[in-house]
Design a protein around this ligand. Structure first.
Ligand SMILES: *Cc1c(COP(=O)(O)O)cnc(C)c1O
Length: 395
């Protein structure tokens, strides 16, 4: 009785969400994360995962995880700075640094905590963080936790970036931060221009490659490598949870950055490290990226095929240049309705509305992977055609 009373304010807020059609129960998978999944008891084609290369179920990763777990246990038992640094954690960091062509790297529990840890600790009062307005929530939260001033530039707008750099010319440290690939639109940051501007003003650069790791660059090294900018971006943050198929985040950077973060990044200092099996599976994933580059080729071929199909049907797919393809429908309620219809037609593709994307730009967000077959993609396009026509999204 008493507890019910105390949570009444939450019930009221939830009722408001329901009234606006924005209450979304969690979709529950009863199968592995794959091109087809069992969601809420129904077998559907999956266009909603970040499993770009199909690595979540790759035999090499699974074997590595089981083997490390058998040998080293299920958990690490401590934070990295006390007794939770195992040899396998450092092996992963060496492999990541080598892969990214940087001096060092540091792994965090997730991409989210990597951004939090870096942005909160690296710069301080009197410094400035200059951030693209569409950067990921974890960057926004990291900036909120930092004592540095925040300065937000217009999305992918180099002239506006330059104005912000000019304005903060006198600051001790200027840190420019951008997503490499933007997660809701699938567009790519103009990195060459950003590096050019930042270098002219002596600013540090941080790129969040959560959606570019395993997708862009040679063997999936990311957006910095893609643009031929190796050695010119100070901090390359990436995730091990998307194309890499496991869990975690990292920063690839010069050695002093790693040494500093070990002493100051709070998620690193105060939260337990990965189970050894996670580190082992991530190492196996790097091996797969190096050994099976055809996965990335197939990912891009599938991307081209699916995008062309959506365009042919008359859908608006925005500015995407990557496997993330938004199908923009406008109103939030239409996006949710289309998502529900697609689900009825056997296709799992989530609707995304305000506040994740701007009002009036609600969408179905699709991600194809390297392991989708042509037949599966054609089936998905048929469902989009049917659902889109039923709702009048396409003619
Ligand atoms: C997903 C994502 C993250 C967070 O990564 P996790 O490993 O899932 O915590 C950070 N930045 C961007 C741009 C992302 O898309």
């Amino acid at each position: 009785m008493i507890t019910e009373k105390k949570t009444q304010f939450l019930v009221e807020e939830l009722d408001q969400l329901k009234k606006n059609g924005l209450f979304r129960p969690l979709r529950v998978l009863a199968s592995a994360q794959d091109t087809e999944v069992v969601v809420d008891g129904k077998r559907v084609l999956n266009l909603s995962s970040n499993n770009y290369l199909g690595l979540t179920t790759h035999p090499r990763l699974k074997r590595a995880m089981v083997k490390a777990t058998e040998e080293l246990g299920a958990g690490s038992g401590a934070v990295r700075t006390i007794a939770g640094t195992m040899a396998i954690h450092e092996e992963l960091e060496r492999r990541l640094a080598e892969f990214k062509h940087t001096e060092a790297s540091l792994v965090f529990q997730s991409g989210f905590t990597a951004n939090l840890g870096v942005l909160q600790s690296l710069v301080k009062e009197g410094d400035v963080i200059i951030s693209d307005e569409l950067n990921h929530a974890s960057i926004i939260d990291g900036i909120r936790l930092s004592k540095a001033e925040r300065s937000i530039f217009k999305h992918r707008d180099l002239d506006d970036l330059e104005r912000h750099l000019e304005k903060h010319r006198e600051k001790r440290v200027k840190l420019v931060v951008t997503d490499g690939v933007f997660s809701m639109d699938g567009d790519i940051a103009p990195l060459a221009g950003i590096v050019d501007r930042a270098e002219r003003f002596g600013a540090m650069i941080m790129v969040d490659d959560a959606h570019a790791s395993g997708v862009l660059g040679k063997n999936g090294r990311g957006s910095v490598n893609h643009f031929g900018l190796d050695g010119r971006v100070d901090l390359q943050m990436g995730t091990l949870s998307k194309a890499i198929g496991v869990l975690g985040g990292y920063v690839a950077a010069p050695q002093p950055v790693r040494d500093f973060l070990i002493h100051r990044a709070r998620p690193f200092l105060f939260s337990t490290s990965h189970p050894p099996g996670v580190a082992a599976a991530c190492i196996a994933a790097i091996d797969v990226l190096l050994a099976e580059p055809e996965r990335i080729e197939r990912l891009w071929a599938n991307t081209a095929r699916f995008k062309a199909g959506l365009k042919r049907l008359g859908f608006e797919t925005g500015a995407s240049e990557t496997p993330i393809t938004p199908v923009i429908v406008g109103k939030g309620s239409v996006a949710m309705e289309l998502s529900d219809r697609l689900f009825g037609l056997g296709v799992f593709a989530q609707g995304i509305g305000y506040p994740t994307v701007p009002e009036g730009r609600a969408r179905i967000r699709t991600i194809v992977t390297s392991v989708h077959t042509d037949q599966q993609l054609d089936r998905a396009l048929e469902a989009f055609e049917k659902g889109g026509k039923e709702l009048g999204v396409i003619a």
